[in-house]
Design a binder for this molecule. Structure first.
Ligand SMILES: Cc1cc2nc3c(=O)[nH]c(=O)nc-3n(C[C@H](O)[C@H](O)[C@H](O)COP(=O)(O)OP(=O)(O)OC[C@H]3O[C@@H](n4cnc5c(N)ncnc54)[C@H](O)[C@@H]3O)c2cc1C
Length: 398
């Protein structure tokens, strides 16, 4: 169910396993995805998929105002390639793998279980039956049940692809986080922090996006737009042409779904967004094969398995104990970060990127085994300034 990256990633793998798959989505799968997806290039190199990148930057930096309240323009050099998907190529390559699959252009309205088999009731009134349904309908799925842990932090961003009176970043450069606060008023410095995510697309085209990593309630898009314009104007930059505007809002710490439900999920609906960074596409590509393998092997061993039995097997592979442990640790970290005021946050990130590259990059990709993740977080604690240490322990009060 769905036609976003999660639906296509999992469908492609299920089809490769020879399963009989139909997809149901509100719109045609050829409709271009609305978001621009970025990823650390190494994640795609390891999957042999880096040809799907439209842009790849070698000059990748962040600015944390030296991590102190004196400001400062010295960048932290990541020396690690970052890429942006060629949206069309990525979507088409997954659709090619799904070739032959039936597409039902319908909107699901209700999901019910009849004789242990799943029925999807659509707004049109049509009903479809399946041995198992995988809900890949995004972060706000109405069908997946999950506990209520109170308010959910959202990542929010306002971005512009456009032409500017002066280059907002250096030629051929990618800026992961520009947290420099020198354009903010005293009052704004006390509000939830945001940073600039920016890149040079070439041919005088740049993408600049003011981003709030995670906040509950979310920072409004109008505030982010205002901050972006103030940040640019402080550097004497005007937007001359808007080619595309991006509005971004999605949950960072959605509770994990109940794993005893007969409906399986994948992608945003399965809370697969990395709670510390907001990235998910790499995880979709890495985690889809194991889920497809499990479903196909389970069905070949026992072709009579019903929705509940299959979903139980699927949930166990999708959210292994190891992945749940890591997820909880990341969520704990995020909660702490959300309590940091802007100077502390800058100091935290300046320290984070002092970790060895193999540690911070695998932390961000969620590819560190749990014991190693604990070790890296411990290392981070050790090398942090005392104020950040206190913040991590929840001992900073404002
Ligand atoms: C603006 C933005 C930028 C992002 N940038 C990045 C990034 O750079 N890198 C990264 O890794 N992650 C990024 N993310 C996070 C995450 O990867 C995306 O949110 C991603 O699109 C989620 O994929 P999905 O397939 O789970 O859901 P979606 O992409 O939301 O797709 C859901 C699909 O389900 C369909 N659907 C929904 N309800 C129904 C229904 N009832 N019946 C039938 N069909 C239904 C929709 O039509 C759609 O096809 C970004 C998110 C946003 C919002």
């Amino acid at each position: 169910m769905g036609a976003g990256p999660a639906a296509l990633c999992i469908s492609a793998e299920l089809i490769q396993k020879g399963l009989n798959v139909s997809a149901l989505a509100s719109h045609s799968p050829d409709k271009p995805w609305p978001n621009t997806y970025g990823i650390w290039a190494e994640e795609l190199d390891l999957l042999g998929m880096s040809s799907l990148l439209r842009h790849r930057w070698k000059d990748t930096v962040s600015y944390f105002g030296n991590g102190n309240n004196k400001g400062g323009d010295a960048p932290i050099i990541h020396d690690f390639d970052y890429g942006l998907f060629d949206q069309e190529a990525f979507q088409n390559s997954l659709l090619e793998k799904c070739s032959g699959m039936e597409w039902l252009i319908e909107t699901a309205n209700e999901i019910r279980y009849v004789d242990q088999i799943t029925e999807v009731v659509c707004i049109s009134g049509n009903i479809y039956r399946a041995r198992i349904v995988i809900d890949a309908s995004g972060h706000s799925s109405r069908f997946i049940r999950r506990p209520n842990h109170g308010s959910v932090a959202q990542q929010a961003a306002y971005g512009v692809v456009g032409r500017f009176s002066l280059p907002p970043v250096d030629k051929d450069q990618f800026v992961l986080m520009d947290f420099r606060p020198d354009h903010l008023t005293e009052k704004e410095l006390k509000e939830p922090p945001s940073f600039l995510y920016a890149m040079d697309f070439g041919q005088d085209l740049f993408f600049v996006e003011e981003t709030s990593l995670a906040c509950a309630p979310p920072v409004s898009l109008s505030t982010l737009r205002k901050r972006l314009l103030a940040r640019l104007s402080h550097r004497g930059i005007k937007i001359e042409e808007i080619v595309h505007e991006e509005h971004c809002l999605f949950p960072m710490n959605l509770p994990l779904p109940y794993r005893n439900q007969p409906l399986l999920a994948f992608g945003g609906s399965a809370s697969m967004v990395h709670p510390a960074s907001g990235y998910m596409v790499g995880a979709l590509l890495r985690r889809a094969p194991a889920l497809a393998k499990e479903l196909s092997e389970s069905l070949s061993i026992d072709p009579a398995l019903d929705s509940s039995e299959l979903a139980e097997k699927g949930w166990k592979v999708l959210w292994t104990t190891e992945l749940i442990q890591r997820h909880r640790l990341y969520q704990f970290g995020l909660k702490r970060l959300m309590s940091f005021e802007e100077e502390l946050l800058r100091s935290f990130f300046a320290t984070f990127f002092k970790l060895p590259k193999k540690d911070w990059s695998r932390f961000l990709a969620n590819t560190l085994p749990f014991p190693k993740l604990v070790l890296v977080m411990f290392k981070l604690f050790i090398i942090s300034p005392i104020k950040v240490k206190l913040g991590m322990m929840g001992l900073v009060f404002y």
